[in-house]
Design a binder for this molecule. Structure first.
Ligand SMILES: C[S@@+](CC[C@H](N)C(=O)[O-])C[C@H]1O[C@@H](n2cnc3c(N)ncnc32)[C@H](O)[C@@H]1O
Length: 408
């Protein structure tokens, strides 16, 4: 998902440089030539007024940063200086660097902005998660500032080799904040500054743990005209280039800005504007997030309502089905009762029939018994008759025989 809501074409993501694949915004391998020694435009009152307009610009990318309260000052500074090349040592999420890019773009400057960080982290910023720092930062550059910005993902010392002397107008040092580290970074990069050169050092007013920028600041500020903002952990500005429009030797406004009165004005002004604008920018982000959450909640609510309505429709359908089933059930009950009644009647009839049939059987048996007795008697009579008949014919025959023999 795009951070600004715009999708990037694939071909914008990588570029082929000889046989090595580089991201289009990756400036490792490039060399940075010295900037021409042309005189910078003086800090006239008119320029100062224009710069004030820039100060009130809306902060476009308020990413997580301890630097945020200095962004209005940076907007004004870039407007006043019009630096040709801006280099930042220590980028992390990109709070200060993205603000510099915004100023360059909004003011229509031709400045080149180079971000340098190994995105590994150190014990003050903590171990860096590339997924949540470098990648979103690079995406912001791709989507918003690919015309003016690039990055080098390397140690400061290694990256310094690509910069020739006099190649940087505005150098922001915001790496490891121990006194030794900031001294080392300053010494390594000091020669790279042009005759317009300005150095910004963050955390000049931070005294916790082993933070030591304040110690280095107390020492280094003696060597250069400088301005310091006390709010937002402190921001020191060293005017190292003799031809910087801010160099007091330019006289007029530049001289006034480096005077005690000018410094106090700047501190009071930006000590008020900086925190207020940073807080407003963050409030806007929070508001946007809250609105987003609200939108999501509303969408979820609408979906839930739709689901609820569907459920209610299903419920109503089920109730209709239930009523139909109940009606059917009632009918079945009536039919069952009728059938049971019929069954009872049939059973009764059956019982009566059974009893009748038993009676009939009994009667039949009696009749059969009678008939058998009659038959027996008949047979008996018949046999008696037969025996009588035989006896008679035997007597006759004997008579005849006697007669035949002369008996009389
Ligand atoms: C305090 S943060 C930068 C904050 C950032 N300027 C902002 O606006 O929020 C410091 C960063 O410097 C980087 N860093 C520190 N020492 C470094 C070194 N020697 N080389 C490369 N990066 C370094 C760390 O990785 C970390 O991301």
């Amino acid at each position: 998902m795009s951070l600004t809501g715009r999708e990037l074409p694939e071909e914008q993501l990588v570029a082929i440089d000889s046989d090595v694949l580089h991201h289009v915004l990756d400036r490792s391998g490039a060399t940075f030539a010295p900037l021409p020694t042309t005189p910078a435009a003086p800090a006239t009152e008119e320029r100062l007024l224009q710069s004030f307009q820039a100060v009130f610009g809306e902060i476009r990318t308020p990413v997580v940063s301890a630097w945020g309260e200095h962004i209005p000052f940076l907007f004004g500074l870039i407007s006043l200086l019009r630096p040709r090349r801006i280099v930042e040592l220590g980028v992390h999420h990109g709070g200060s660097f993205l603000a510099a890019c915004q100023a360059v773009q909004d003011l229509g400057l031709e400045s080149e902005c180079i971000a340098i960080d190994n995105w590994i982290g150190e014990h003050h910023a903590g171990k860096t998660n590339v997924e949540t720092t470098f990648l979103p930062f690079r995406q912001y550059l791709e989507e918003l500032y690919s015309d003016c910005a690039g990055y080098i993902k390397a140690d400061f010392d290694e990256a310094s080799l690509a910069f020739e002397d006099g190649s940087i107008d505005l150098l922001h040092i915001d790496g490891l904040h121990t006194s030794e580290s900031v001294q080392h970074d300053f010494d390594t990069w000091m020669g790279k500054l042009s005759d317009h050169g300005i150095v910004l050092l963050h955390d000049t007013n931070e005294f916790k743990r082993d933070f030591g920028v304040w110690r280095f600041w107390q020492k280094i500020r003696r060597n250069y005209p400088h301005i310091e903002l006390k709010h937002g952990h402190g921001l020191g500005l060293l005017i190292v280039g003799e031809h910087s429009p801010l160099h007091p030797s330019a006289g007029g406004l530049a001289a006034w800005l480096s005077s005690d009165q000018g410094k106090e004005w700047i501190q009071v002004l930006f000590g008020g504007i900086g925190p207020a604008f940073w807080s407003q920018a963050n409030t806007k982000v929070q508001l946007a997030n809250t609105e987003g959450q609200l939108d999501n909640a509303e969408t979820r609510l609408a979906n839930t309502e739709v689901r609820l309505a569907n459920t209610e429709v299903r419920l109503a359908n089920m109730e209709v089905q239930l009523a139909t089933i109940r009606e059917g059930h009632k009918n079945v009950s009536v039919e069952r009762d009728i059938a049971l009644q019929q069954l009872k009647t049939i059973s009764k009839r059956l019982e009566i029939l059974k009893l009748k049939s038993i009676e009939k059987r009994k009667k039949l048996k009696k009749q059969r018994d009678k008939i058998q007795i009659l038959l027996y008697r008949l047979r008996k009579k018949k046999m008696a008759k037969q025996r009588k008949g035989q006896k008679f014919s035997l007597t006759q025959n004997l008579q005849r025989i006697r007669l035949g023999l002369g008996h009389k």
